[in-house]
Design a protein. Structure first.
Length: 217
């Protein structure tokens, strides 16, 4: 034990700052699964081929002009998620990585935190799904997260997006922009600001959220 103690005396221990501790306490994570044991990396640009439509419609917006013939969310057997610098408002929030994982598989209508959009977390019989995710945090008082969910079919995916759209409206969010620039935003019941982007391809759906504390807005 004396030898171990001598070795430890030579190790520089760096304690996190109070801001870092608070930021880590805010982090909320979604289950991260990696196909074929390969690490998750960045999503391919221009991934979306359809997005949530207003008024319950099932229309599709194509981004870019041609629909990708191959799944943009899984390339060579690896699920692709957004890197910190690709998340919305990266310049403002300076997102930092979060290596922690959560064993939850969230049903798609669940949005925001449990205290910001509580109704969206209502217990329901969700369809079969496999979910991949990542989350990031900002020392400035915000969180960013992405869920990429695979369903049994495109029709099931579109039905779940419809329920998500209802949850976003009930949470107090409104839709902005058109086409590939469409997103939802607003102030939640817990007074945080929430921005949500919904994208999909066939039976795959990506939900990207940015939630900022009231004091950080």
């Amino acid at each position: 034990m004396a030898e171990v103690e001598e070795l430890l005396d030579e190790v520089a221990v760096r304690m996190p700052t109070a801001a870092q501790v608070r930021a880590r306490g805010r982090r909320r994570t979604v289950r991260r699964r990696v196909a074929l044991g390969v690490a998750v990396t960045a999503v391919v640009a221009g991934a979306a081929t359809w997005v949530a439509m207003p008024g319950g419609g099932e229309g599709r917006d194509v981004r870019p002009a041609a629909t990708p013939k191959e799944n943009p969310f899984m390339v060579d057997g690896v699920v692709r998620v957004l890197a910190p610098e690709q998340m919305p408002e990266a310049g403002k929030w300076q997102w930092k990585g979060d290596e922690e994982e959560d064993t939850r598989d969230l049903a798609l209508p669940a949005v925001g935190d449990t205290d910001s959009c509580p109704q969206s977390y209502a217990v329901r019989k969700a369809p079969n799904q496999v979910q991949y995710g990542t989350s990031y945090y900002s020392d400035k008082g915000a969180d960013a997260r992405q869920r990429v969910t695979e369903y049994d079919s495109a029709s099931v995916a579109e039905a779940e997006v419809g329920l998500l759209r209802e949850a976003l409206t009930e949470c107090g969010l409104r839709e902005h922009g058109t086409g590939a620039d469409r997103y939802w935003s607003g102030v939640t019941k817990s007074s945080s600001s929430l921005r949500v982007e919904v994208e999909g391809w066939g039976k795959w759906v990506s939900v990207v959220e940015v939630e900022a504390e009231e004091s950080a807005r």
